[in-house]
Design a protein around this ligand. Structure first.
Ligand SMILES: Nc1nc2c(ncn2[C@@H]2O[C@H](COP(=O)(O)OP(=O)(O)OP(=O)(O)O)[C@@H](O)[C@H]2O)c(=O)[nH]1
Length: 355
């Protein structure tokens, strides 16, 4: 196993890399901090600084736990919060007993805080940290040094804060781009499996039953052929808008193909999902798009069943949509319940609805 490799690889999947950015950051910070701090445990022990040595041992153990949790469980140990706490405590204490030799560690500790804690928490923690360091420096060093230390540490914090804030904004934007469809603003397929799996877990653990609706515009190709591709794009945008108006905050709208949408309806039984799908079809067919373009849609509804995987669930909805198309379109078809032998199918993406 390559210990230098972070949990998500940039090269293999850019979407995963964007979504896993925070995990990569936390992983690398703990890994390299462990490499840097582990030898200091021995150094401090030899100098009879047993308390500091113990804090550093705790720091190293925490780093190892965070690395192990991220690698094997894909989760955070103590939400990654022990690192900042132990780092600032050891930097402040080390400065009080080791003077300048301890002070040097305050700078990386203050910087790391901004990348490990939420911005507000990091600002508050760093303000406290700089104040504590100022008090320690005042007691330990000549006055000129106290001013230098306080201002240089404050400035380091300011630079780190600006950088972390910009990186955070950039990451938010990249996450939005990686998870949404730029034309309609709907979610794209990147999180489809995760979201369906979380609904399955709600069904298995708490008996909370969700449903999904697949909705596909009828003869959309003729819209593009007759009115042009740009008009087709505007129809798709308005279609997403009309659906969003009818949906609840907790419902999730995906665009999973050219003119195919999927809606995940948490805690909704098949009957209610069916009536919602009927209403959506009416809202599409009752009013023309871009004033003149009349269009209909076909839909399918599937409630999640006990023991099925997300791909089986989606496949059932896919089959029902195919049925709606072949029965003449502009209608909703309810998916049939799965037979036991279909429940164990692998988690592969089902095929698109056939033309
Ligand atoms: N304007 C526009 N068209 C798209 C987009 N994505 C896919 N399409 C078009 O959607 C059309 C889909 O055509 P088909 O798969 O034959 O489906 P259909 O014409 O809706 O027929 P049925 O689904 O069988 O009712 C194709 O012409 C695609 O080019 C898009 O982002 N914008």
């Amino acid at each position: 196993m390559n210990v230098f490799a972070s949990p998500n690889s940039l090269a293999t999947n850019p979407t995963l890399a964007v979504l896993g950015f925070k995990k990569q950051l936390v992983y690398h910070l703990h890994f390299w901090a462990f490499i840097a701090v582990a030898p200091l445990v021995m150094v401090q022990w030899r100098q009879d600084h047993f308390l500091l040595s113990s804090i550093l041992i705790l720091f190293c153990l925490n780093a190892l736990m965070v690395i192990a949790f991220l690698r094997f469980r894909n989760a955070y140990f103590f939400k990654g919060r022990l690192f900042p706490l132990l780092a600032v405590v050891s930097a402040a204490y080390s400065t009080s007993i080791n003077g300048h030799a301890g002070l040097y560690w305050a700078y990386p500790a203050a910087t790391a805080l901004f990348f490990l804690l939420p911005l507000r928490e990091a600002i508050v923690s760093n303000t406290i940290f700089v104040t504590v360091m100022a008090v320690v420096s005042f007691m330990k060093f000549p006055e000129a040094d106290f001013w230098r230390i306080t201002f240089s540490l404050g400035l380091t914090c300011l630079f780190a804060m600006i950088f972390a804030w910009l990186v955070g904004k950039l990451q938010q934007e990249l996450t939005r781009l990686a998870t949404t469809d730029p034309l309609t603003g709907c979610l794209n397929r990147s999180q489809l499996a995760d979201i369906l799996n979380s609904q399955i877990q709600m069904r298995e653990r708490y008996e909370r039953v969700s449903s999904l609706v697949l909705l596909d515009l009828d003869f959309f190709k003729t819209i593009n052929d007759q009115w042009g591709h740009l008009a087709g794009d505007r129809v798709l945008r308005e279609m997403a808008l009309r659906m969003r108006k009818r949906l609840r905050e907790s419902d999730q709208l995906f665009r999973i193909g050219g003119e195919e949408f999927m809606i995940v309806l948490p805690e909704t039984r098949q009957k209610d999902a069916d009536s919602l799908a009927q209403q959506l079809l009416t809202s599409i067919s009752s009013r023309p798009f871009l004033e003149d373009i009349k269009i209909t849609a076909s839909a399918s509804v599937a409630e999640v069943c006990q023991g099925e995987t997300w791909s089986v669930w989606l496949n059932r909805a896919d089959q029902a949509l195919y049925e709606a198309k072949s029965r003449g379109r502009n209608q909703v078809v309810n998916a049939v319940r799965p037979s036991p032998e279909h429940l164990e199918e692998s988690d592969e993406l089902p095929n698109q609805v056939p033309d």
